[in-house]
Design a protein around this ligand. Structure first.
Ligand code: G16
Length: 544
């Protein structure tokens, strides 16, 4: 076997963020850039030598080229077996499913998630561990350190293997299996949910749904599961064909970027249930007829109802949410007598808790929910969870949510994003506010009295690792919170996220518009942090 050792130069910007290395396609296409990062992964994960690697991505621009390069590098680095999705396609949760099912030594997932695709848009790569979850900070840091010192990478010449052909291929020194990207994942979903009940609901003539795949990776998954296996009528899945540039749409399932779906659900006599997923299929948005379910509420409602679904009939061990996610799930956990863990933003922080059996469900405000079935958040899983729930409870989405608020109270919640802000200005805002935090404690601002203010730090209860600098929190009496964070997933400038929450238990005050219910806190956030001054924006780019 011919192995070439290619001289590379050091790149200083390959530090993974919230979820792997995300950069512009133009950065990844610089000579040796992708190769440098991939070689660092092989160097810090020696188990891959002679081991099995799962490989796939969300089909965005540069996916196929990158898969070709990684296959040649895997061969040169002595990987024994690569399992690749047909055409290089794997949704992020499906990749996690394959890593776990075939007990592999890990996986490389190519995606910039909800960020746009195309030659001038975004790309990304991350390594997932043998448990199927994103590498923890200790591993991403080791990969980063290795990228800084690498001088050569190893690569074989192109093999001419066609990754569109299903089945086993033998390359010199390495086995390659091209798998149907959907089959194993669909089988896992059938083990968790009551497909018969969902089929009955969809065939009843009393219910209809729409799923927006946003021209991203979930198209083939949704077509197979919703239309083929569950019998939903053709056309239920909209924008089903995965495209390298996502058809020019921003594949982020929220009220702004999935506006077409929202419009369908807002029509008189529109569908009863609507859902969307993102570029790589791990995020979800849940809608009812003229009704939006916040991801934080969705997690709480899942926790309160999990026992109604086959995969969770025995109850849930515990629940976890990221720190900026609303505290709605905490109230359910308390009622169920189970623990609710608060972790930093980033799915990787749930991994240890899931592996230890401390939690069954977890979720984030950033449109991510999941369970112990894989080690990634899972968009279609969340959609099936809700569909199964609707089939069991035979109520509308809005009725289920409103009943939940009546029982547990409502955590009014919103997130305001200021995108592509000047990085220095965003840093200054955070630094100035951080310095003011100690003096805020005990102060009252109108009806709000500050009980605590800090820069969130987390000690993992399983391995005692510590993560600091995870977001500025200002906590008020009676469950109100203001949180400021800089995103770790953007690819240009800085994105400031402001998260605002207030708890309401008065049964007569549960149906207000969140933006008005939270207005006084939003004004307080502006006066404390001078957002307009630092960002030079009069309003956020995205409100969810
Ligand atoms: C990633 C992470 C999530 C995180 C989200 C937003 O999601 O996996 O855990 O909540 O980014 O992170 P940030 O606020 O730092 O931008 P995805 O869907 O992009 O992989």
């Amino acid at each position: 076997m011919k192995i070439e050792s290619i001289a590379t130069k050091t790149f200083t910007d390959q530090k993974p963020g919230t979820s792997g290395l995300r950069k512009k396609v133009t950065a990844f296409r610089q000579p040796h850039y992708l190769e440098n990062f991939v070689q660092a992964v092989f160097d810090v994960r020696p188990d891959l030598q002679g081991g099995t690697l799962v490989l796939g991505g969300d089909g965005r621009f540069y996916n196929r080229e990158a898969i070709g390069i990684i296959l040649r590098m895997a061969q040169a680095n002595g990987v024994g077996h690569v399992i690749v999705g047909q055409g290089g396609i794997l949704s992020t949760p499906a990749a996690s499913c394959l890593i776990r099912k075939y007990r592999t030594q890990g996986g490389l997932i190519l995606s910039a998630s909800h960020n746009p695709g195309g030659p001038d848009a975004d790309f990304g790569i991350k390594f997932n561990m043998p448990n199927g979850g994103p590498a923890p900070e200790s591993v991403t840091e080791a990969i980063y350190q290795r990228t800084l010192e690498l001088e050569h990478y190893r690569i074989c010449p192109p093999s001419g293997i066609n990754i569109d052909h299903l089945g086993e291929h033998t390359l010199e020194g390495m086995k390659l299996t091209v798998v149907d990207p959907v089959a194993d994942y669909a089988e896992l979903m059938q083990s968790l949910f009551d497909f018969k009940a969902m089929r009955t609901l969809l065939a009843s003539g009393l219910f209809s749904m729409r799923f927006d795949a946003m021209h991203a990776v979930t198209g083939p998954y949704a077509l197979r599961i919703l239309e083929d296996l569950l019998g939903a009528p053709e056309g239920t899945v909209m924008r089903a064909e995965p495209l390298a540039d996502f058809g020019g749409v921003h594949p982020d399932p929220n009220l702004v970027y999935a506006a077409d779906l929202v419009a369908v659900l807002n029509r008189p006599n529109g569908p009863d249930f609507g859902a969307a997923s993102d570029g790589d299929g791990d995020r979800n948005m849940i809608l009812g007829s003229r009704f939006f379910v916040t991801p934080s509420d969705s997690l709480a409602i899942m926790a309160a109802n999990a026992h109604l679904l086959p995969g969770y009939r025995q109850g849930i061990a515990g629940v976890a949410r990221s720190m900026p996610t609303s505290c709605a799930a905490d109230r359910v956990a308390e009622a169920l007598g189970i623990a609710c863990h608060e972790t930093p933003t980033g799915w990787k922080f749930f991994g240890n808790l899931l592996d230890a059996g401390a939690i069954t469900l977890c979720g984030e405000e950033s449109f991510g929910t999941g369970s112990d079935h894989v080690r990634e958040k899972d968009g279609l899983w969340a959609v099936l969870f809700w569909l199964n729930l609707l089939a069991v409870r035979r109520q509308s989405v809005a009725e289920i949510v409103k009943e939940h608020w009546q029982r547990f109270g409502r955590n009014y919640y919103t997130r305001h994003d200021y995108e592509d802000v000047d990085s220095d200005a965003a840093g200054d805002l955070m630094q100035t506010l951080r310095a003011r935090l100690p003096e805020l404690i005990g102060q009252s601002f109108g009806p709000f009295t500050v009980t605590a203010a800090d820069d969130f730090a987390y000690t993992d209860p399983v391995d005692a690792s510590v993560s600091t600098g995870q977001g500025l929190r200002i906590l008020f009496e009676e469950g109100a919170r203001l949180i400021f964070r800089l995103s770790g997933t953007g690819t240009s400038g800085a994105t400031l996220r402001l998260y605002v929450e207030r708890y309401e238990s008065d049964p007569g005050c549960l149906l207000e518009d969140p933006q008005s219910a939270l207005r006084p806190l939003l004004e307080l956030a502006e006066s404390l942090a001078q957002i307009q001054h630092y960002t030079q924006r009069s309003q956020p780019d995205v409100i969810t």
